[in-house]
Design a protein around this ligand. Structure first.
Ligand SMILES: Cc1cc2nc3c(=O)[nH]c(=O)nc-3n(C[C@H](O)[C@H](O)[C@H](O)COP(=O)(O)O)c2cc1C
Length: 247
């Protein structure tokens, strides 16, 4: 499911006010979140709340999913990894979503002991409102993102030509991949000019890195690769190393 949804999803900025989520759909979203968040280890736990959009500063969608987490780089990476899967799941239910970093909450700043981190605006969408041709989405060139030998999928296309369609804050795509033999490393390459204040950039870069990792792993799974992931750290900078092979 995730693989198809990587290309169907998009950031919804306009919602049809005449459509609304059914109570069954809301229950499905709640159950999915519960399922996704209960396996995490204590230091990377996530909590969530689904509220009416009017309870936030968000001006779009019907509901907002508020995500609470620790603010460490690893916890933010984990948040991106887990919540991007929710984005895929929402697309599979015909629910439009947009990660909404600008969104604020007036109350509900903490939940179950964790601070508010980010929200997703969601609302029911018409089937035709989803992305039809992912290649039309604006992204960096493969060469800007990838160094070293290309990794090819079962369709003969390169890995980077797909995974670069992962969403990211302000479409900054702060990723850099280096491939060498059976090793692939994924690094953060921050965008120099961004609307986000400088001190807030690592917060978004690490969420974006987590989002990229689930897109990459979804691609690996779909194209028959085995992989082992290692999170690497030096001076509080994280990057990720994959040792991969085909089944
Ligand atoms: C962590 C994060 C925060 C984001 N915050 C906002 C936001 O505040 N407002 C907005 O309109 N889009 C926001 N976006 C959506 C991005 O702009 C969008 O993912 C990017 O432009 C790529 O487009 P696509 O998602 O349609 O593929 C955010 C995305 C991410 C991953």
């Amino acid at each position: 499911m995730n693989y198809e949804m990587m290309f169907k999803r998009k950031s919804f900025r306009r919602f049809n006010p005449e459509l609304s989520l059914t109570s069954e759909e809301l229950v499905s979203v709640e159950s999915y979140l519960l399922h996704m968040t209960r396996f995490l280890s204590d230091d990377q736990s996530l909590q969530y709340k689904i509220v009416q959009r009017e309870q936030t500063t968000c001006k779009r969608g019907e509901y907002c999913i508020l995500i609470y987490s620790e603010q460490s780089r690893l916890a933010l990476m984990n948040l991106g990894y887990v919540i991007e899967q929710l984005d895929f799941y929402l697309a599979s239910l015909g629910i439009g979503a947009c990660w909404y970093g600008m969104g604020k909450v007036e109350s509900m700043h903490r939940h179950e002991g964790l601070p508010f981190s980010i929200m997703l605006a969601i609302g029911k969408a018409e089937p035709q409102a989803f992305r039809k041709d992912y290649k039309k989405a604006k992204r960096k060139s493969d060469e800007e993102l990838w160094e070293g030998e290309a990794i090819y999928g079962i369709d003969g296309m390169t890995c980077v030509s797909y995974i670069k369609y992962a969403p990211s804050t302000c479409n900054s795509q702060p990723w850099y991949f280096k491939a060498d033999k059976n090793q692939l490393t994924v690094h953060i390459k921050p965008k120099e000019k961004m609307l986000v204040p400088k001190e807030k950039r690592p917060f978004y870069n690490y969420i974006d890195l987590g989002i990229q990792l689930i897109c990459l792993e979804t691609w690996f799974d779909h194209h028959g690769f085995n992989y082992e992931r290692r999170i690497m750290e030096e001076s509080n900078q994280f990057w990720v190393k994959y040792l991969y092979s085909r089944f």
